[in-house]
Ligand binder design. Structure first.
Ligand SMILES: NC(=O)c1ccc[n+]([C@@H]2O[C@H](COP(=O)([O-])OP(=O)(O)OC[C@H]3O[C@@H](n4cnc5c(N)ncnc54)[C@H](O)[C@@H]3O)[C@@H](O)[C@H]2O)c1
Length: 604
């Protein structure tokens, strides 16, 4: 029922926007310069009057092809590619699909984003995880033309002027990486630029950010990837990564430069290795409107999933405080999840409640983390168990995952380790003895080959009754007898677009924990009890615009309630403060860009 209602909402929204006469778009160029600019290019779709006005007459074949015809032509050629690559490996097919989409992106952004929005479920896995991982690994060979900006260690002292090289006067959303931890693939240096590009594609598709107002950024600090350092064709600095103050001075300079030119832009940090992810978040979160998606976005999505798992057991949400949760992977993502879960518990329990985190077991590559761990990472320390070198409760420092699962009998087993297959048959079988009536298994690592287990193995070894979620998309599992093992996609794409959009439209000067929690709780409440009983704890990606509207509105309302909002455009704080929840949803929806050909008006 819900899905039908949302699909109708999406359709109405699209129709409302496409039927209203699109406002004009100002261009400062003419003739072939327009044809070569993907922001303005309409290919054969320029009407004759516009061809005359913009000096295009004679530069295009005479017949005008409508947007709908162009759309259909693209989809047909995409489908024929599927047909022509039959028998090729998955990687070859995925890269061929990425190439054809990327060529359209390079040529005609309006058509590209319409195709992406209308087919988000099919195309998200190409422009985003898992294919984007493959693209980053092969970026040197796939590179055709630049997209986004590069600031390198060699640009020190120049960034304040360099930032003005970007052609757009207004930028609303920046996604920045240093390429040091790309998905679960490690240090890919400048090749990691594919991640900010893919994330911003999702911003346009899900949050309706105008593509002229987005900026993907690579901070090239060097790389410690030996293979790349030895590769003559590697496109980044061939030097080891900067460390310490030298590193931070580059990020500082970039942040100041971006803020100086676009003080209202929201900056999302993406795929930084753990030490820099935490350090930069701490350093900037009170000064700039920024967040770290791996720490905070992932945590919000995981928390929504954890709350869904409680509901699936037929228990009230407050029972979350009694759930035993084993987290495998003590990196920025795993620790981010635990921090957010702990905050949720402290809210549920009130100040007198148990917020010690006694229900969490955290493992890294050396096994269970306890207070006896030598050189314990400060970020992991609050979640270290109290077991001594001597065995207590049957577990010791460094206990294996299998030992922990057998002993703890967790309600939830959550993987953010980046290690494919680590939830092996024995571990999954041990989950059958979980204390939960419906054990939850979240294999959240990306891309696909790094998932801790496949859904097929999870249902096979842990039982039909589990709740399963993965970070990258997988097909549902046929359990026989007409039963289906539902595969949820626990990916931060459900949250980051709404967090960024809500922060932007509220004009908040920082992104608070409260705004992030509101986003997560909004996502958690999106699913009906009926869906939950079917094992569905996350909505379909097809509803991503609707979800983002709701999440964005929740973030706006919280920013206003917390006194962080300052207004956006011609909507001032007073107007924001008077908005009801429904009006906030309408306000967010109204501000989403939708790809239609706007009349181009030339200004000298
Ligand atoms: N689904 C999502 O939305 C989402 C969001 C963010 C990150 N991720 C994925 O999570 C993974 C980890 O990301 P991160 O930023 O935390 O990386 P990270 O490099 O900061 O941390 C990885 C952690 O895994 C641990 N680990 C490595 N091998 C292990 C093993 N054999 N057993 C147990 N632990 C082991 C490491 O010790 C480290 O603590 C990546 O694959 C990333 O793609 C998914």
């Amino acid at each position: 029922m819900w899905n039908i209602a949302r699909a109708v909402w999406n359709l109405r929204q699209a129709r409302r926007l496409s039927m209203s006469i699109p406002g004009p778009c100002i261009v400062h160029k003419r003739g072939t310069d327009i044809l070569h600019d993907p922001w303005f290019n309409k290919d054969t779709g320029f009407p004759l009057t516009e061809r005359d006005r913009l000096g295009l007459r004679g530069l295009l074949p005479p017949r005008v092809i409508s947007f709908e015809q162009q759309y259909e032509r693209f989809i047909n050629s995409y489908r024929s590619l599927e047909h022509n690559t039959k028998g090729a490996s998955d990687a070859v097919v995925s890269l061929a699909k990425w190439r054809i989409l990327n060529r359209l992106h390079d040529r005609n952004e309006t058509l590209y984003y319409r195709v992406l929005i209308d087919n988000i479920k099919e195309f998200a896995p190409i422009v985003y995880t898992p294919t984007v991982g493959l693209v980053c690994q092969n970026y040197g060979g796939l590179y055709r033309r630049p997209r986004g900006m590069y600031f390198s260690a060699k640009d020190k002292g120049e960034m304040m002027s360099m930032i003005y090289n970007w052609p757009s006067h207004q930028v609303d959303m920046i996604v920045v990486t240093d390429g040091s931890r790309i998905l679960g693939l490690g240090d890919l240096g400048v090749q990691g630029i594919g991640i900010p590009i893919g994330k911003l594609d999702i911003y346009v598709a899900a949050a309706g950010i105008n593509p002229q107002k987005i900026l993907p950024v690579m901070l090239d600090m060097g790389t410690n990837n030996q293979k790349l350092l030895e590769d003559n064709l590697y496109l980044g600095l061939r030097q080891p990564r900067l460390e310490g103050d030298e590193y931070l001075s580059i990020v500082d300079e970039f942040m100041e430069a971006a803020y100086a030119r676009w003080p209202k832009a929201v900056i999302q940090f993406e795929d930084f290795q753990m030490k820099w992810a935490f350090e930069t978040l701490q350093r900037y979160r009170q000064r700039f409107c920024m967040f770290n998606d791996d720490i905070q976005g992932t945590a919000g999505v995981a928390l929504a999933g954890l709350l869904g798992a409680v509901r699936s057991q037929g228990r009230p949400l407050k029972d979350f405080v009694k759930q035993k949760i084993v987290v495998v992977g003590a990196g920025s993502a795993g620790i981010g999840v635990l921090n957010m879960a702990k905050k949720a518990i402290s809210r549920m329990c009130g100040s007198s409640g148990n917020v010690e985190g006694n229900q969490f077991w955290l493992l890294d590559k050396n096994g269970l983390i306890t207070k006896y761990r030598k050189d314990i990472d400060p970020a992991a320390a609050p979640f270290a168990r109290g077991y001594g070198p001597e065995e207590v409760e049957g577990l010791t420092e460094g206990a294996s995952l299998l030992e922990v699962v057998k002993k703890v009998k967790p309600h939830v087993l959550l993987g953010l380790s980046g290690v494919g297959g680590i939830f092996n048959e024995e571990v999954l079988r041990a989950m059958q003895d979980s204390d939960a009536s419906r054990p939850a298994i979240f294999a959240m690592s990306n891309p696909t080959m790094n998932a801790e287990c496949t859904p097929k193995d999870a249902f096979k070894y842990s039982g039909d009754n589990i709740i399963f979620a993965s970070g990258s998309p997988f097909d549902n599992v046929d359990l026989g007898n007409g039963k289906v093992g539902y595969v949820n996609q626990a990916n931060n794409m459900y949250l980051f677009p709404g967090i960024g959009l809500g922060a932007l439209l509220s004009g908040a000067h920082i992104i608070s924990d409260g705004m992030l929690q509101a986003a997560s709780e909004c996502l958690a409440s999106y699913i009906t009890d009926e869906d939950i009983q079917q094992g569905v704890i996350f909505p379909s990606i097809s509803s991503i615009r609707h979800i983002t509207t709701q999440v964005g509105a929740a973030v706006v309302c919280t920013a206003v309630a917390e006194g962080l909002a300052e207004g956006h455009g011609n909507v001032d704080l007073k107007e924001l403060s008077l908005m009801s929840k429904e009006e906030a949803v309408e306000y967010v929806a109204r501000n989403m860009w939708y790809p239609v050909y706007s009349p181009l008006v030339q200004e000298k």
